[in-house]
Design a protein around this ligand. Structure first.
Ligand code: NI
Length: 193
């Protein structure tokens, strides 16, 4: 066995079953933080009143937010729906818009929804083993279409890219994914501004 002090490199184990890293605290998003993001906000409010559950969690590791570094981690998006709209992450643009991201699906079944400021929408299905390249300038959000399994993905992006959540919180994505007769369909977001 090699014994050596590691000053700069890192190794973190992410559990393939639950997506979590032990000894590192995840950032948690509760249902109440999704107010206004779903088509059926009334149902969302009722659900929050009943129980404000954890909808997803992800890692923001202590990688320097500087040029040359890569930020990475996992996102664990739990199954569920608000009305007939699947649980999803808030989604964001990067503050440095012209920066890409890579996702790798470890578990579950869902979609990666992407949209650029010019209005082009792209969508990629995520199942274990699928990697998805999110091109520069595209906002991105994951959507879990399973009714029982978490959607777990690994991501990596330029560490200084930053997050612009505000644009999506204000405008929404142009498209949403809902369940229709037991299957996912994509439709125009009636709340899009
Ligand atoms: Ni991102």
């Amino acid at each position: 066995m090699i014994i050596m002090e590691m000053k700069n490199s890192r190794a973190i184990k992410f559990n393939l079953n639950n997506g979590l890293a032990s000894n590192v605290e995840s950032t948690k998003r509760m249902l109440s933080e999704m107010e206004g993001m779903y088509r059926d906000n009334e149902t969302l409010k009722e659900m929050i009143k009943e129980k404000n559950i954890l909808i997803y969690e992800f890692y923001q590791l202590d990688i320097p937010k500087e040029e040359g570094h890569l930020a990475y981690g996992t996102t664990i998006l739990y199954p569920g729906k608000v009305g007939n709209e699947y649980f999803m992450t808030k989604g964001h643009f990067h503050s440095i818009l012209n920066t890409a991201e890579v996702y790798y699906c470890l578990r579950g079944h869902g979609y990666l929804l992407m949209e650029n400021p010019e209005g082009n929408t792209e969508i990629q299905e995520m199942t274990p083993g699928i990697s998805v390249y999110v091109p520069p300038k595209y906002a991105h959000r994951t959507i879990n279409i399973s009714d029982k399994e978490p959607l777990i993905s690994f991501f990596a992006f330029r560490a200084d890219a930053g997050h612009d959540y505000k644009t999506i919180e204000t405008k929404g994505f142009r498209k949403i994914i809902i369940e229709n007769n037991g299957s996912p369909i994509i439709m125009d977001n009636p709340k899009w501004k």
